[in-house]
Design a protein around this ligand. Structure first.
Ligand code: G3I
Length: 368
């Protein structure tokens, strides 16, 4: 028995010795990494993007949510005020211009050296009630229209890179919204179809340098509307109306046809204008079903669609026409689809905690 114990103890001692020798050899052959090597942080969107990359932003989130602010600072180099430059916010009463909230965003962007894209001077939505109820002849309407454009553009002269001068003037039927439904435009009814051209002329008079955009949605899924938008801007160009760019909002979903997206970009490029993918989001839940959490398959399809759009933009839009891509909102929690459409969706590249989603990496891959 004693002999057996001595034998087993010897074997155990030999094993221990060999493990300790191996450790020593490993330490010599595979030294620990040199901690004096500088740490290279993971690169962010704005560092990798070959064109400006933006997000639409809101001052309340910026002030109250540190994660939102940090992601914005770290990842994006362009901003669009989501709502604070709309007419109801900026001219809430006749000739009372209130830039307080818009300026919070503009000052933040200037301090952080981000480009600012103004949104939107003339739109049939988000109008103050005084405009909706305004009674006046065509001269009075023209004066109201011109004053709004020139006061706001003049105030921000030299600070903004571009303006959405007219937003969504074309209806889903390809017409000019000359009707009394909630699809109709008060500007079209009061000022005639050529108000679009005059808006651009007035804006140019107020700032000779800022880039002037026409912005609309649905080009990728509605060829008739796409064609109407192209005809509108071609007509403006033919008449030497000062227009510099075309915004394709790109509120799409994971089922949107790739052919439609490519076609809309290609046709828009032919106008020679700068192209802004101005409000992108890619919804997972367009049919509004109960969706607590996105599935891995949905997130993968969303990644592929972001990749596809960014790659198409990079490859189909000549460098000189690339104004950039702007995401509408920052993280899934603050998407307008939740607050405005009241739909539970996850359409962006940052999740509700502002962490990177698979779609984020789709965008990064699209830059290559
Ligand atoms: O801030 C007020 C709040 O004080 C009030 O209690 C609440 C009650 O309704 O409304 C809040 O304002 C809302 C605002 O969003 C901020 O959440 C407005 O009602 C609501 O109309 C507004 O919706 C915006 C919508 O445009 C209309 O202006 C969305 O946030 C904004 O994302 C959306 O953006 C548009 C682009 O401008 C043009 N392209 C389409 C895009 C999506 O619809």
């Amino acid at each position: 028995m004693n002999k057996l114990i001595i034998f087993l103890s010897t074997i155990f001692a030999i094993m221990l010795l060999s493990v300790s020798c191996k450790k020593n050899i490993d330490t010599v052959q595979n030294p620990k990494p040199d901690n004096s090597t500088p740490f290279v942080p993971e690169q962010t969107l704005k560092e990798k993007a070959p064109f400006p990359i933006g997000a639409s932003i809101d001052p309340t989130h910026l002030k109250t949510n540190l994660r939102y602010k940090n992601v914005l600072i770290k990842e994006f180099n362009s901003i669009t005020p989501e709502n604070m430059m709309k007419m109801n916010m900026i001219q809430p009463a006749p000739n009372r211009f209130d830039y307080t909230k818009a300026d919070e965003l503009v000052n933040f962007a200037i301090q952080d050296k981000k480009r600012i894209h103004g949104h939107a001077l003339i739109w049939h939505e988000s109008l103050p009630t005084w405009v909706q109820n305004f009674q006046g002849d065509s001269l009075a309407w023209e004066n109201l229209f011109k004053t709004h454009i020139q006061t706001v553009v003049g105030y921000y002269k030299g600070k903004l890179a571009g303006w959405d001068v007219v937003n969504e003037a074309i209806g889903n039927d390809g017409g000019t919204r000359n009707d009394n439904t909630n699809q109709g435009s008060i500007w079209r009814r009061k000022l005639g179809a050529d108000y679009v051209a005059r808006a651009f002329l007035y804006a140019r008079q107020a700032d000779p340098d800022v880039l002037l955009f026409y912005n609309d949605y649905g080009q990728e899924s509605n060829p008739k509307k796409l064609q109407a938008i192209i005809s509108l801007v071609q007509d403006l160009k033919r008449r030497n109306i000062p227009i510099d760019g075309l915004g394709l909002q790109m509120h799409i979903d994971i089922n949107t046809s790739e052919a439609g997206i490519n076609y809309a970009i290609q046709e828009s490029v032919k106008t020679g204008l700068k192209i802004h993918i101005s409000e992108i989001d890619i919804a997972l839940n367009p049919s509004n079903s109960t969706l607590e959490k996105p599935t891995a398959e949905m997130l993968e399809r969303q990644r592929q669609k972001y990749l596809m759009v960014v790659r198409a933009y990079k490859n189909l839009v000549p460098k000189a026409q690339q104004y950039g891509i702007t995401q509408w909102n920052v993280g899934d929690a603050d998407s307008w689809i939740r607050s405005y459409l009241k739909r539970n969706d996850f359409p962006l590249i940052f999740d509700v905690n502002y962490d990177r989603k698979p779609s984020y990496y789709g965008v990064l891959e699209g830059f290559k």
